[in-house]
Design a protein around this ligand. Structure first.
Ligand SMILES: [Zn+2]
Length: 91
């Protein structure tokens, strides 16, 4: 190798191999503000809230003969509940 070595680009190449590179798209244009984050639509937020707050009415029958209804969150619709009379797990 008889030409001059460009040590700056050698260092750059080593540094990039060692540390990786950041995406230019993530950085944005120099001096520019980052792109604003997309705000979720109010309808989407309302639907999410309604799903979280939804209640399910379950009728529970126990082998002991006791029967009752319970209003439970939708997330607990399939949960096993105990009978309030005998304490057994009811259907
Ligand atoms: Zn029972």
């Amino acid at each position: 190798m008889t030409g001059k070595m460009n040590w700056g680009s050698v260092r750059d190449r080593d540094r990039i191999a060692r540390n990786g590179v950041d995406s230019v798209a993530d950085m944005g244009a120099p001096g520019a503000r980052p792109a604003p984050k997309k705000r979720p639509a109010k309808a989407a937020l309302r639907a999410e809230l309604a799903a979280a707050q939804a209640k399910v009415t379950r009728t529970i029958k126990c082998p002991c003969g006791h029967e009752g209804t319970a209003i439970v969150p939708a997330a607990k619709a399939r949960a096993r509940l105990r009978c309030s009379k005998c304490g057994k797990i009811a259907q």
